[in-house]
Every structure is written in C-alpha cells, then in structure tokens.
Design a protein around this ligand. Sequence first.
Ligand code: SAM
Length: 287
Amino acid sequence: MYLSNPTNTLAVINKHEFVFQKKYGQNFLIDEGIVEKIVREAGVTKEDFVLEIGPGIGTMTQLLCEQAREVAAVEIDTKLIPILSETLENYDNVTIINEDILKVDIAKLAQEKNDGRPIKVVANLPYYITTPIIMGLFESHVPIDSITVMVQKEVADRMQVGPGTKDYGALSLAVQYYSKPQVVINVPPECFIPRPNVGSAVIRLEKHATCPVEVEDERLMFKIIRASFNQRRKTLSNGLNNSPEINFSKEQINAAIEELGRGASIRGEALTLEEFAKLSNIFSNIK
Ligand code: SAM
C-alpha cells in the first residue's frame, strides 16, 4: 500500500496510535505528486545507493526502494521503527537505522554499502537541524553525488543567493563552495500532515567534482567567512579583528584587505566566494 495520500497516512498513524513529535520536526508528506517529483529530481537509478534522512512512516522510502539499488534510512524516533518494518516489508533492499543522523558515521556507511563510491542523499529533512546535517555531509568529505532535500523555503533561498542580498551568508558560501544549488520544487504547507507554519522547497545540491575556487586552507577560509558574517553591520576589517577565531593583527588584516583590492570600509557581505578564497590564501601566506 502506497502511503503518499492523506487516507493511507492516517490509516497507518491511527493503527499504530502514533503521536507526532514536534521536537523531531515531524511533518509527513501526503502528496503523491510531490513525493514522486522529489525522487525524480534526485535522479535515482538502479545503480544508486541512497541515504534517506528521517523516513517517518516510509512514504518516500517506498519509492526510493523501487528506484534505487539499495537504501539506508536513518530515523531517530524509536516509535517509528515498528511502523517502518511494516510499511517497508515488501522491500528487501532497505536497511533501517534507528539513530540520530548527526551521530552516524556516514563515510563508513558509504564505504560498507557503496564501496566508497559517491552516494545520493534524499530527504524531507527535519528543519531544526538542516544546517548541521548539510554542513556535516560536506565537511566530513563523505563521497557524495548529490543531495536532494526538502527544507524551509527561506533556507533554500539562503543557499542559492550571492552577495548584495540580505539572505547571503555563511550557509550560501559553504553550499556554493561544495555544490551547485538549484531549487527544484516549491511545496505549500497543505502537502504535509501536520501542516508546517512555514513554506517549503526542495533543493538539489549537485556536488562539484572539483571546488570552484582554490583554497590553501579550507578551515581558515570558513573561519574568515564566519567572522565576516557574525558582525554584519561592521566592516570586514573590524569583523576579522574582533573574531576570537582569527589571530592576525589589525595591521596584517588591513594589509590583506588592501592586497585583495578592496577599500578599508568594505563589509564582508559584499565579498564573493572567489574573494573569500583569495583573502584566505593571502592570510595563509603570511609568514
Ligand atoms: N520522510 C518523511 C516524510 O516525508 O513523510 C518524514 C519527514 S519529517 C519532516 C522528518 C523526519 O526526520 C521525522 O521522521 C523525524 O522523526 C526524523 N528525524 C528528526 N530528527 C532526526 C535525527 N536527528 N536523525 C534522524 N532522523 C530524525
């Protein structure tokens, strides 16, 4: 029985007397068209190993099992595990892992299940941990082909924008350093049960084969980026000088900004990814 409609979803929920947990960001999809479209946009084929984060009652998992070679679904809520065993009983290519995704060694999972080859990540994410999940996937250098996920609309916007907009920030730069983001579907609250009180969007992040800029020290670049956006209304120079993560003198900071070719009053939010990379490389070369 496919679950992606309100009647079937409610039947499963009532049968198991399941109670939605707000703390886990539980908003289940009840729109068949949207579920199908997410899986289609993810480009899943019979070659693929797919990691699904937060399967819920298994609505999208069913479709993923049909399209993929193998699926691993990581679900934190123990109450959902017996439900998933039942809704996925017809599929022998799925492993359900009852864990917090932030504690799972995904690189190890990719090694075991996919011989270390790039995996696809597909999810209707729990919104309260969107950023740590995405950053964890990128920064831990798990082999990834693409990440296709439902997120809060506003967060999808932040991932896509460039300098000069209010949404531009550390998340935009990190996502664009590692991948090419593209919003593929806008999803209204009526497509979920219970309805979230924010708009949602599915974003596809296609991992770059090679990063678009050359950075000598990635960690330093991200420290600089964080310092620049921590104090938005300050100049870049003050932002870097006030950051406990950056240990260069005021003179070194000003000289680096000058070498970058930007005036002393420039703000961090005006810099492009290329400029952050260049600035970081200038700092890396200070003896
Ligand atoms: N995929 C289902 C769907 O679309 O109907 C459910 C999506 S719901 C937005 C998010 C799911 O993530 C819930 O099932 C929730 O229990 C699970 N979840 C929340 N926090 C989690 C965590 N830290 N690790 C793994 N799963 C988590």
